[in-house]
Ligand binder design. Sequence first.
Ligand SMILES: O=C(O)CCC(=O)C(=O)O
Ligand SMILES: [Fe+2]
Length: 319
Amino acid sequence: MSGSQTSVQLPVLDISQPVHTYSLSSLSEACREWGFFHITNHGISKDLHGKMYVLSNQLFALPTDSKLKLGPLSSIKTYTPHFIASPFFESLRVSGPNFYDSAKSSADVLFNPASSEFSEILQEYGNKMVEISRKILEYVLACLGDGFGQYYGSEFSKCHGYLRIINYSPPNTVIDEQVEGLGMHTDMSCITILYQDEIGGLQVRSKEGEWMDISPSKGALVVNIGDMMHAWSNGRLRSSEHRVVLKQSRNRLSLAFFWCFEDEKVIFAPDEVVGKGKSRNYKPFVCSDYLRFRESSEKGKFEKVGYTVKDFAGSGPLE
Ligand SMILES: O=C(O)CCC(=O)C(=O)O
Ligand SMILES: [Fe+2]
């Protein structure tokens, strides 16, 4: 495959505008076609992103032994070391609703002494992400049609979020454009909010199976629809396969925030969402069962694809 990929043009949603005044046609189209769009006026300052950047670099610069104290064999398990998602990928998870406590439990192990700044910044970022996720859900529900906003309270009020801080280290050898930092997968979330730095490398797979670049857009964040929302909307909102390719011989940082249904939630697309005369594409399923399915299917290790919600709960027409 040759050189640079085509970039996909995604609409930019200004989330400071009230939902009811917004023209949702290009957003609806993007949610159906790509499952990806950008947002601006999200309220995350350059300064806060800058702080997150510094803190992430400090974190990943620590010796491997220190980071592994939070690894898969530890009791905390917030750190994903290299060679799980890919040789070039490592990440730290910080979970809500109390981002301060979650960050602190990792920081206490990593840093000696741990400063409260680390946890304070993550708390600020996490709380902002929760606020933004709630706003975005309102727009996304409105994309399904008038009156769908009512589902916000009844179906999405118990959502919770977690943040994954990700560091991609480049290989030592010359970079072939197709080196994957994170392989093809769909997200399991309702929605994901992503900050990618200026290096880029995020790609979405078109319905025809072609990889398209999602180029970094200054000041904007990337949003994508995940499997939970895809299934809940009966497939009307697309959860797209995506991946990260390594572009330059420089570290790449990203911050991925996953806004998810509660574990015990049974996902079942409401009749109005399915629409009259249409059939249900997914059998009802419990969220945690799907999460477990993705963890335990060998190919699905660490959200790697091969398996998606279609394999798990896809069905022929249900009565
Ligand atoms: O690092 C990125 O840009 C994307 C990360 C991602 O897709 C994920 O963590 O699910
Ligand atoms: Fe993802």
